[in-house]
Design a protein around this ligand. Structure first.
Ligand code: FRU
Length: 472
C-alpha cells in the first residue's frame, strides 16, 4: 500500500497524520458540524495534547482545519466541549457577533509528575470568527482544582432558568464520580451536585461525561448521563456506561441501578454529543473515539493513529418496561451508498468499504466475512447472545488481548441488522442500533467474501463512497 496507508479509513474521520483520541468540542453552528479532537501532531502515540479541528456539513465528509488550541503555560489541552453563546452571556463577543466558546481541561504535566493533586483545572477559549481562530481567556482557569487528581472533561449545555435567564450546566468527571456545576456566564462556576457513589461500574476512572434529555416512548421526559470508564469495560479496557433518570437542581436521580453499556464492542470510547443542534432537527447526535486504551497506542497503522466511530443518533427505547439507549447510524450515511447488490447466500464483497443490510429470520443468525489468507470475522446471535469474533480477523500480535471474541446479551428479538465495514473497522447495528458492537480489525488484505451460514434473508450489500480516503 502507498505511504503506509493500508488501514486508512475510507469513510470514518481520521487525522491526516499523528495521534488522535477523544472527540472534543462538538458543536453545530450555521450549517457546520465542528469536530475538535485530542491531538498530538508530532507522534503516533499520546503526548502533549492539542485540539485538532475539522468541519463538515454531514458528519461524514470532513475538511481538515488548522489546530485550534495548543498547550500553553497552564498545561496540555485535555478533553472538553464547545457551545454557541448566542446571547453573549460571557461578554467575550458582542450581541451582533456572539462567541463560540470551548470549555476544556488544563492538564499541567509538571504538577502531574510532581505528585501534586491539583494539576487539572478547567479553562475556556473563544472564537469570534466562526471557529477559525481561538483565543484562551485571559483569566484562565475558570474552575480551579479542588485537590482531586482526576478532575476533567467538562461537557457544557445550555439550560435556561424557568424565568428565561441564560444558564449553563457543566457535567464534569471527578475521579470515579460526576460533579455538576452551574454558571450564568460560562466564567463563574458553582458546584450544584454530584452523582456516582455506590452506583454504576467503577473498575476505573470516570471520564468524558455527557448529560442528555430525551422523550421516552411513553411520552415521559427523561435524562441520560453518559459516563466513559477506563478500565472496567465489559470487553476489557475502555467503554461507555450510561444512567437513565431525572435531573433537577443539580441532582441526577437514576430510575434503577442497572448497569447499561452504550456499545458492547471493544472500540467505542469517550463519545459525546453535538451541542446546539437546532430544535427543527431535534436529533441527539453522537460520535465516539473508535479505539480502546488497552491497545490504542500500538495498533498497526503507520503515519496516523485512531479513527472516530460513525455518527449515530441516540434515542430511548423500551424492552419490557426497561428503558435503554439506542444508537442508530445517522441518516446521512445513506448518502454514501453507491452500488447495491442483492445477494442470496455467499457472495464476493465490493471492496473494503461497504454496508450489509439483512433481515433476521427467527432471532438467530450466523455469518462471516473472510479474505483469501484465511482471515475472518464471525458474527452470530444464539441463545440470547450476540457475538463478534475477531480472533482470526487479521494482525493481532501487537497486543495479547486484541484477538478476542466479544459477546453481548440481547434478551429481546433481533429482526434486522446493518453492518458497516471500513479499512480497519466493523460496526454492527442490530434493530437499527438497539444493540451495537464496534470493533477494530487489521486484515492483511481486505475481506473479499461474505458467507451466510444461517438466519439472514433479503440481503443487500451497498458499496460506500470513499469520502475520507484522500488525505489532502
Ligand atoms: C479519555 C481521556 C480524557 C482526557 C483525555 C486526554 O480518553 O483520558 O479523560 O481528557 O483522554 O487525552
Amino acid at each position: 500500500s502507498p505511504n503506509g496507508e493500508k488501514y486508512r479509513s475510507e469513510y470514518h474521520f481520521t487525522p491526516k497524520t499523528g495521534w488522535m483520541n477523544d472527540p472534543n468540542g462538538m458543536v453545530y453552528i450555521n450549517g457546520d458540524y465542528h469536530l475538535f479532537y485530542q491531538y498530538y501532531p508530532d507522534s503516533t502515540v499520546w503526548g502533549p495534547m492539542h485540539w485538532g479541528h475539522a468541519t463538515s456539513k454531514d458528519m461524514l465528509r470532513w475538511e481538515h482545519k488548522p489546530i485550534a488550541l495548543y498547550p500553553d503555560s497552564l498545561g496540555y489541552i485535555f478533553s472538553g466541549s464547545a457551545v454557541f453563546d448566542l446571547k453573549n452571556s460571557s461578554g467575550l463577543g458582542t450581541a451582533g457577533n456572539p462567541p463560540y466558546i470551548a470549555i476544556y481541561t488544563y492538564h499541567d504535566p509538571v504538577g502531574a509528575d510532581s505528585g501534586s493533586n491539583t494539576f487539572q483545572s478547567q479553562g475556556i477559549a473563544f472564537s469570534l470568527d466562526e471557529g477559525k481562530t481561538w483565543k484562551p481567556y485571559d483569566e484562565n482557569p475558570v474552575l480551579e482544582s479542588p485537590g482531586i487528581a482526576d478532575f476533567r472533561d467538562p461537557k457544557v449545555m445550555n439550560l435556561p432558568k424557568e424565568d428565561g435567564r441564560d444558564n449553563w450546566i457543566m457535567t464534569l468527571a471527578v475521579k470515579d464520580e460526576i460533579h455538576f456545576y452551574e454558571s450564568s456566564n460560562l466564567i463563574n462556576w458553582e458546584k450544584i451536585g454530584d452523582f456516582g457513589k455506590n452506583i454504576g461500574a467503577h473498575g476505573g476512572v470516570w471520564e468524558c461525561p455527557d448529560l442528555l434529555q430525551f422523550t421516552a416512548p411513553n411520552g415521559e421526559e427523561k435524562w441520560v448521563l453518559l459516563v466513559s470508564l477506563n478500565p472496567g469495560g465489559p470487553q476489557m479496557g475502555s467503554a461507555t456506561q450510561y444512567f437513565i433518570g431525572d435531573f433537577m437542581d443539580g441532582k441526577f436521580i437514576p430510575d434503577d441501578d442497572l448497569i447499561r453499556w452504550l456499545d458492547y464492542g471493544p472500540d467505542n470510547y469517550a463519545g459525546v454529543t453535538w451541542s446546539n443542534v437546532p430544535e427543527s432537527d431535534g436529533r441527539t447526535l453522537f460520535m465516539g473515539w473508535m479505539s480502546n486504551w488497552l491497545y490504542a497506542q500500538v495498533v498497526p497503522t503507520k503515519t496516523w493513529r485512531s479513527a472516530m466511530t460513525l455518527p449515530r443518533e441516540l434515542s430511548l427505547f423500551d424492552v419490557d418496561g426497561t428503558l435503554l439507549v439506542k444508537s442508530k447510524p445517522s441518516e446521512e450515511l445513506l448518502s454514501l451508498r453507491n452500488q447495491t447488490f442483492h445477494i442470496s447466500q455467499s457472495s464476493p464483497l465490493p471492496g473494503q468499504a461497504f454496508e450489509l443490510e439483512a433481515e433476521i429470520d427467527s432471532n438467530t443468525f450466523s455469518f462471516k466475512i473472510e479474505n483469501n489468507s484465511g482471515e475472518e470475522v464471525h458474527f452470530s446471535k444464539e441463545n440470547g447472545l450476540v457475538t463478534v469474533d475477531r480472533r482470526k480477523a487479521g494482525k493481532s500480535n501487537f497486543h495479547p488481548d486484541f484477538a478476542a471474541s466479544h459477546s453481548a446479551p440481547m434478551s429481546w428479538e433481533a429482526n434486522e441488522l446493518r453492518l458497516f465495514v471500513d479499512a480497519n473497522s466493523i460496526e454492527l447495528f442490530i434493530n437499527d442500533g438497539e444493540l451495537v458492537m464496534t470493533s477494530l480489525v487489521f486484515p492483511e488484505s481486505p475481506y473479499t467474501q461474505i458467507r451466510i451460514e444461517n438466519g439472514l434473508e433479503d440481503l443487500k450489500i451497498h458499496s460506500l463512497d470513499p469520502v475520507m480516503k484522500s488525505t489532502d
